[in-house]
Design a binder for this molecule. Structure first.
Ligand code: ADP
Ligand code: MG
Length: 618
């Protein structure tokens, strides 16, 4: 005798949303049902160990799937804990979880908004109605005599009544809707299982029949053979204790995970217990993945929750600069079916991400203990670390230790090695930015630093120009471009005496008047070969970024103009008339700007002065 029951209002609401296909990837119904079967097997396994009544029960846990293309059905069966009548009413008729209930109360009826929301919690069993117009659950609870059938078309009500079933466990039959009938195929089912349930710890068997023909001509007859094949490997490698795994196991798993023909450089297998429980297995490849510098790169880390695959398309599982890392994160605490949108803000994941980042950086530090290995690593992924400097403030110190540079004197130098070699006279770590190390080595200014015994890092990576100016300091020692005012001061070559300063008073005043707002200051120097140098503070990209986020432009930093008193032009300016000083100021400033690849803002004035000068000299 079957009795009718009404679903709790919230379930009717939820089913309505499901049926109107809020989910774009309907295939996850199978993942959900397999996951429930796996849970039921987990529960019974535990009880056979702990419950007196069930200790005598012998059972080989398995999940069995059948399908019928003509009847358009899929059946998922497990021999787990099972459900009695009360269980069915409680678990398949009410939403017990308060979070889910309050969530449903929030639904607005706006499909778009709701569908974004609905992915945030486990919809589990009810996802069956995304593909089925009728669902039949037959179940017998372990240790009990009676079996029950639960039947529903997902429209506000369900029926429960006794039925016949010999073995303990649950069998769920989905009567697929016309549009979803394609799921009743061997190919589809196998694919979905490989995609989502490969590492479910229990074997998943698919049962099907294969037809072949025997004999010839009139004797020819069809032979049907029943086949059972195990689809998943039923082995979550990362869940196996380290001690039981061989290097070969890790390498094999890496190749299926990464499709990389090379062996991994390193792996880090970590099991965390305590407040949060999770397992991570990360690999550092030998070679950079081909899409490392592509915007649409494929994330290399898969997220599992209790061995159930959740996503391999979340680029935030690790910080983006570690996108070369391959691996698995398996959390015991996250809800299944956690949506991508919510992953980004999830505290548990944020915690795992932060700890994992530190682990990986630590392992890179281990590689660095061996110079040869580190060279190989750095060649492939050194740029990534610099990217990390820019984006991962929390680990700045760690990343700084991992960087290597060529300097004027040495190759593959760490900041630490540089600092250790510094004389007590040297106040800062100096660097010079440019495109080519060889030309950098010949920069006149660099020679002056070298003469003093100050080593200079030659930075020729494109990313250096963006990242290095924001580093600020290493281990309390400032980092300075040799072009910066501070570095030049620290070089301490410029001692312009008061008398000289006085001699040039008129010239300095004339330059300031002529150039006005275009410059910050005019100073004297005795450096270099050019008559004047423009000293610009290195721009600060982080600041610029912040300003841009607030919708503001970074104020252009004005250059300080340095007049080189060793240059003949500058010497002559001392005795020049006021209008000639002004003319020289405009022309020299303009020419220097152009020389340095800047833009001439007052091109017209520059041109007028140039024409005049040419006229006079003719
Ligand atoms: P969740 O798995 O997050 O608890 P579901 O909606 O997937 O939510 O399932 C609801 C409940 O129904 C489960 O907690 C379980 O008690 C019961 N259930 C579902 N499938 C099975 C099954 N195959 N065997 C035993 N119980 C099941
Ligand atoms: Mg579930």
């Amino acid at each position: 005798m079957a009795t009718k029951h009404q679903f709790q209002t919230e379930i009717t609401q939820l089913l309505d949303l499901m049926i109107h296909s809020l989910y774009s990837n309907k295939e996850i119904f199978l993942r959900e049902l397999i996951s429930n079967a796996s849970d039921a097997l987990d529960k019974l396994s535990y009880l056979t160990l702990t419950d007196e009544k069930l200790k005598s029960l012998t059972f080989t846990p398995s999940i069995d799937i059948q399908f019928d293309e003509t009847k358009k059905t899929i059946t998922i069966e497990d021999n787990g804990i099972g459900m009695n009548e009360a269980d069915m009413k409680e678990h398949l008729g009410i939403i017990a979880k308060s979070g889910t209930k309050s969530f449903l109360a929030q639904l607005s009826g706006d499909k778009k908004k709701d569908s974004a929301l609905i992915g945030q919690f486990g919809v589990g069993f009810y996802s069956a109605f995304m593909v089925a117009h009728r669902v039949v659950v037959q179940s017998k609870k372990a240790g009990e005599d009676k079996a029950y059938a639960w039947v529903s078309e997902g429209k506000g009500e369900y029926e429960v009544g006794e039925c016949v079933k010999d073995t303990q466990g649950t069998q769920i039959t989905l009567y697929l809707r016309e549009e979803e009938a394609h799921f009743a195929s061997r190919w589809e089912i196998e694919n979905i299982i490989h995609k989502y349930s490969e590492h479910i710890a229990f074997p998943i068997y698919l049962h099907y029949t294969e037809s072949s023909f025997e004999g010839e001509g009139d004797d020819k007859k069809e032979v049907k053979e029943n086949i059972t094949s195990q689809i998943n490997t039923a082995k979550a490698l990362w869940k196996i204790p380290k001690a039981e795994l061989k290097d070969a196991d890790y390498k094999e798993f890496y190749s299926t995970l990464s499709h990389d023909n090379n062996e991994p450089m390193r792996w880090i297998h970590t099991k965390v217990e305590g407040n949060l429980e999770y397992t991570t297995l990360f690999y550092i490849p030998q070679k950079a993945p081909f899409d490392l510098y592509r915007v649409d790169y494929q994330s290399g880390v898969k997220l599992y929750v209790k061995r159930v695959f959740i996503t391999d398309d979340d680029k935030e599982l690790l910080p983006p600069y570690l996108r070369f890392v391959r691996g698995v994160i398996d959390s015991e605490d996250l809800p299944l079916n956690v949506s991508r949108e919510i992953l980004q803000q999830n505290k548990i994941l944020a915690n795992i991400k932060s700890a994992s980042t530190k682990k990986i950086l630590g392992e890179i530090g281990n590689i660095a203990k061996d110079e040869e290995s580190y060279k190989a690593f750095y060649e492939q992924f050194g740029k990534m670390l610099k990217e990390g400097l820019y984006s991962d403030y929390e680990n700045k110190e760690k990343i700084l230790e991992l960087l290597r540079f060529d300097s004027f004197k040495v190759e593959n130098l760490s900041f630490k090695a540089y600092k250790d070699a510094m004389s007590s006279e040297q106040k800062s770590i100096y660097y010079i930015l440019g495109e080519n190390k060889d030309t950098l080595k010949n920069t006149p200014l660099l020679e002056k630093f070298a003469k003093k015994g100050f080593d200079v890092l030659l930075l020729s990576d494109e990313i250096d120009a963006i990242v290095m100016p924001m580093v600020g300091e290493y281990d309390k020692t400032p980092l300075r471009s040799i072009n910066s005012k501070e570095a030049l001061e620290e070089l301490g070559e410029e001692s312009i005496d008061e008398a000289t300063q006085k001699d040039y008073e008129k010239v300095i005043k004339g330059f300031k008047e002529a150039l006005g707002e275009q410059i910050a200051d005019v100073k004297l120097s005795s450096l270099g070969d050019a008559p004047l140098t423009l000293i610009k503070e290195d721009s600060n990209p982080m600041m610029a970024n912040l300003m841009a986020q607030m919708g503001q432009k970074m104020p252009e930093s004005k250059p300080t103009l340095e007049l080189n008193i060793t240059h003949p032009i500058v010497k002559k300016l001392k005795s020049a008339k006021k209008d000639k000083i002004a003319q020289s100021a405009l022309l020299l400033f303009g020419a220097t700007l152009v020389l340095e690849g800047g833009t001439l803002e007052n091109a017209k004035a520059f041109n007028t002065q140039l024409n005049e000068l040419i006229l006079q000299s003719l």
